[in-house]
Design a protein. Structure first.
Length: 294
């Protein structure tokens, strides 16, 4: 092991992912379902060691982690930093019992007004800035809780969160609309629904129940209903976040599927977004934090 060997960790609510690093290069990868929500208090060190045991040697190896592991319910709280701030880099040293690791957790970011927080996404934003130091525009990070963040002069200036992904899940699996949902997709219905709530977001509540009624009365397919539900919610999100995309460069950071959906939605308002892989940028952000401390 050399001073260039370290471990990058992305520890969210549902999953734990780790990479054995040599400088800026990942040479091994491991993951488990031991996300923050599945680990009992006091068991975080054991959960991490179970995943990375084979990478450790006799002297301390630096570990840099981001995500919900730094929340109040996580391993050790890494206090939020208020915007505007440089995205990434601030971290806390975490007490641990195994002397083969030197554990550090990156801080999340907060906004006082309107109240908002993020943990993990700020590291992906730091990765974007590391790759493009002159970036000036908006980063959109699609997910369960989608983040829209204004970036300028290397700083995260302000941001907003939209619960679109969680709303889609709850409505499609836990509401009356679940009876209308199919497993497939209809791209035309998706795009039409985006335009519908983008132009008239105040009609969202009634447009949602229309999905159920259309199936009962007119036999609308489940695939159309599923695509329309997604489009209606995403159109409402774009309407609410108009100040974040109007006249701005927008870069997407996420999975290929979510990036494609948001790219299609943004095309309706004349935005040609650039897509980045979320895993690549979280590694770039963790690497930037590791370099700052070495």
């Amino acid at each position: 092991m050399t001073d260039q060997d370290w471990i990058a960790v992305d520890w969210g609510t549902s999953n734990l992912r780790a990479w054995r690093m040599q400088g800026s290069n990942a040479v091994a990868e491991a993951s488990s379902d031991q996300g923050m929500g599945a680990v009992a208090p006091g068991r975080f060190e054991a959960a991490l060691l179970a995943l990375i045991e084979g990478w450790l040697e006799d002297r301390p190896m630096t570990v840099v982690a981001c995500g919900m592991v730094g929340s109040r319910q996580g391993w050790h709280e890494a206090p939020y930093r208020a915007v505007p701030c440089v995205s990434g880099g601030a971290m806390v040293r975490v007490p641990q019992t195994d002397e083969r690791i030197a554990m550090h957790i990156l801080s999340g970011v907060s906004q006082a007004k309107p109240a908002d927080v993020m943990r993990g996404e700020e590291t992906q934003i730091a990765g974007l800035i590391a790759l493009e130091p002159d970036f000036d525009g908006v980063a959109c990070l699609p997910g369960t809780h989608t983040k829209w963040a204004k970036i300028s002069a290397g700083e995260l200036c302000h941001f907003r969160t939209a619960m679109t992904g969680e709303m889609f899940h709850l409505l499609s699996t836990g509401s009356v609309l679940r009876h209308s949902m199919g497993e497939g997709w209809d791209a035309e219905a998706f795009m039409d629904a985006i335009g519908e709530t983008l132009s008239r977001p105040e009609r969202l509540a009634t447009a949602l129940f229309n999905l159920r009624a259309d199936g009962l009365l007119h036999g609308a397919s489940g695939d159309v209903a599923r695509a329309r539900l997604s489009g209606l919610l995403l159109g409402a999100e774009l309407a609410a976040l108009k100040p974040y995309w109007l006249g701005e460069r927008v870069d997407l950071i996420g999975t290929p599927g979510l990036n494609a959906a948001y790219m299609a939605a943004l095309s309706q308002v004349g935005i040609e977004a650039k897509a980045h892989d979320g895993t690549e940028l979280v590694l770039a952000g963790l690497t930037a934090a590791w370099k700052a401390m070495t």
